[in-house]
Design a protein. Structure first.
Length: 686
């Protein structure tokens, strides 16, 4: 025996209760310790604590053989490494290989809250566990709500637990036998089968949705769904997600089914992507395609999108410089409300150049530009190209007092190249025209701070910002030009807008700290036309009277968690409310939220030309372990609910179940989802 070892052991023997360090880098503490020189072993008794290699073992008594490097512990054995824990009646540990055995043991995997019990647990050299006659659960012991029993189980704490001949128990009642199964054993994302969802709807019948989650790489994953419906057949869904360098990201969703009711293949493809080439250059795509025009009505609830009026595929590229921006957009649209898509105008593509306002030398003049070149196409109707440029000069100056003024003058330049123009059409001129536009804006700002002696509100700042703007564009006959969108029919305008905005900001004291918080913003404005026309919310063009509706926009923060909004338009000529949009939002920041909003719009006193509906949503986690949710949309003009969704979730410590009931005209449905905490989180978007 080396001198160093002898000295260490001697010190341990002299202390009887102390700390023992050996060259194996093991530390032993106990109430009493003895050394047997014959076999070079150390015995410890009473409150034994051993530490080595980042692991700690406690027991009532233990022995350590220095020659074989075998550690044996007895009674109330607890082994910990990090947050993972092993407990048993007896433990044997080979310090050379790292292999250990526990009898009548309990193992805890901290990352997943998983607990494993077994007659015998073996820790292998590579850190994995082998268990015999074991039980596994993420519920609290000793009376788990659910558990799996297995004859044999292999566990990788950083990967999977793989079992054979498993039986699933609810409490102590066996309910299912599985010959083989793999479970994720760590908190990291792991591939595997997720728990199925069941449901029923009038259109699709009884439903069973079986999802498979696949972790492709740390930056990619996908969910596959086998979707079985008694009235429509079997569908397959794929939801793929990925991350790329520099913050680029995207998703791709696809769904395909042979519809047994219609005896045909039907499906959908949806994709979004954002590619960041550099801080000043990016590409964005959004693809939405369906095999037929009725697909979203029949199956859109699978992706949460069933009442879309337009289906649009958009590709946009953007490049910016210090004073300029260049963008190109391709847009393909499907009009779901039209008989077919032959009359729908497509933008293939549109290229735009913008120059932000920049000063011309050292003068008070500024220059900016908006220009687009667009190619329009459709199967039926006028197609062709349009160039629209709007260069503008403006002068920004301050006037005596608190006034700020901006005056601008610009010129709309439009050029056309039209094709497929019918001989009896009014379109006779495809060259273009010029249309000037001038305008001015004058604004000011007045503010005052009020000292308050409130319990929380200490200061109040009130600011008023009046503003007057004017716009003029002369009358031009544009009926001879092609009509693609409203840029082809620029309005003759001679209109002034006037309004005032009120801001309230408060200083709130909370103990030793303080914060400034917005309280309200109220804007009141109106327009007046000396002649010409204005764009109106419903009729698009309004030239029936001089004064526009009186417009009110407001936001009021009743509390840091509650906001009241109110937008309204009032027709002063006919004395009726033409538009109203009040809304109230609340978010407790602790899982409870509520919102209610009302929308009413009409373009005459006749209620037949009116759109009116109410939206509401409510979600709360206040009544633990229950979570409740409710959303609804009620149409007053159609006298009925468009859709209502009721959801309730019961969350146990180690499992949860959720029921969602959808009430939608012509297609009521419900779905039920299960979750075993730590084993089968349902992560699909569907």
């Amino acid at each position: 025996m080396k001198i160093k070892r002898l000295l260490i052991l001697l010190a341990c023997l002299l202390l009887h209760a102390g700390t023992c360090h050996a060259e194996d880098d093991i530390t032993i503490r106990a109430d009493a310790m003895t050394h047997n020189q014959a076999d070079d072993s150390v015995s410890a008794d009473g409150n034994v604590r051993m530490e080595w290699g980042g692991m700690t073992m406690t027991a009532r008594r233990a022995t350590y053989n220095r020659e074989t490097r075998i550690l044996t512990a007895y009674e109330d054995v607890v082994i910990t490494k990090g947050e993972d824990t092993l407990r048993g009646d007896k433990a044997t540990w080979d310090m050379a290989s790292g292999r250990g055995e526990l009898n009548h043991a309990v193992a805890g995997v901290a990352d997943s809250n998983m607990t494993l019990t077994g007659d015998r647990i073996v820790r292998n050299d590579d850190g994995t566990l082998t268990l015999s006659n074991t039980e596994m659960t993420t519920c609290e012991l000793p009376d788990p709500s659910w558990k799996f029993s297995a004859e044999h189980l292999e566990v990788n704490p950083k990967g999977y637990a793989i079992g054979r001949n498993l039986v699933f128990y609810i409490r102590d009642t066996p309910v299912m036998y599985v010959p083989w199964m793999a479970f994720p054993a760590s908190g990291e994302k792991k591939s595997g089968l997720l728990f199925p969802r069941v449901g029923y709807s009038t259109k699709r019948g009884a439903q069973l949705d079986i999802p498979l989650y696949w972790v492709i790489s740390p930056s990619q994953d996908a969910t596959f769904d086998l979707d079985m419906m008694s009235k429509r057949g079997v569908g397959l869904g794929v939801d793929y997600r990925y991350l790329r360098k520099r913050g680029s990201e995207g998703t791709m969703y696809g769904y395909l089914i042979y519809d047994t009711k219609d005896s045909r293949w039907r499906g959908q493809i949806a994709q979004t992507h954002r590619e960041i080439f550099s801080p000043d250059m990016n590409l964005r795509t959004s693809i939405n395609l369906t095999t037929d025009r009725d697909f979203l009505d029949d199956f859109g609830v699978k992706s949460g999108d069933y009442n879309r009026q337009y289906n649009a595929t958009i590709v946009n590229a953007l490049k910016t410089w210090q004073h300029y921006a260049l963008n190109a957009t391709l847009r393909y649209s499907e009009d779901m409300y039209a008989e077919n898509n032959r009359d729908t105008l497509q933008t293939l593509p549109s290229i735009g150049l913008s120059a932000v306002r920049q000063q011309i030398f050292n003068t008070p003049l500024y220059f900016d530009l908006d220009a687009t070149a667009t190619n329009f196409y459709r199967d039926n109707g006028v197609s062709g190209e349009r160039l629209h440029a709007f260069p503008r000069l403006s002068m920004v100056t301050g006037l005596p007092g608190y006034l700020n003024a901006t005056v601008y003058a610009g010129l709309h330049l439009r050029g056309y190249n039209g094709t497929d123009i019918p001989s009896n059409s009014d379109v006779k001129d495809t060259t273009g025209n010029l249309m000037p536009e001038v305008g001015a804006t004058i604004s000011s700002s007045f503010s005052r701070v009020y000292e308050l002696d409130g319990e929380s509100l200490k200061k109040l700042r009130h600011e008023l910002t009046p503003e007057v703007s004017y716009r003029y564009a002369p009358q031009r006959d544009q009926s001879r030009l092609p009509f693609y969108d409203y840029e082809d029919r620029l309005l003759h305008q001679n209109v002034i807008y006037y309004g005032v905005t009120s801001y309230l900001t408060g200083k709130f004291q909370n103990g030793e700290s303080s914060e400034y918080r917005d309280i309200s913003r109220i804007k009141l404005m109106q327009g007046y036309s000396f002649d010409g026309s204005r764009r109106d919310e419903l009729s698009m063009v309004d030239n029936s009277h001089d004064a526009s509706d009186l417009i009110l926009e407001s936001e009021t923060w009743l509390h840091p968690q509650a906001k009241l909004t109110f937008d309204a338009r009032y027709d002063l000529h006919h004395n009726y409310l033409s538009s109203a949009q009040p809304g109230l939002e609340y978010d407790s920041k602790r899982g409870s939220s509520a919102a209610i909003s009302y929308r009413m719009t009409r373009n005459s006193e006749n209620s037949a030309n009116q759109v009116e509906y109410l939206e509401a949503r409510l979600a709360t986690k206040r009544f633990k372990p229950w979570n409740f949710g409710y959303t609804t949309r009620y149409s007053f003009d159609k006298s009925g609910f468009l859709e209502s969704v009721y959801s309730v979730e019961y969350q146990h410590q180690c499992w949860s179940v959720e029921l969602a009931v959808h009430h939608r005209s012509g297609n009521p449905s419900f779905t039920i989802g299960f979750n075993l905490a730590g084993l089968a989180d349902y992560a699909s978007r569907r």
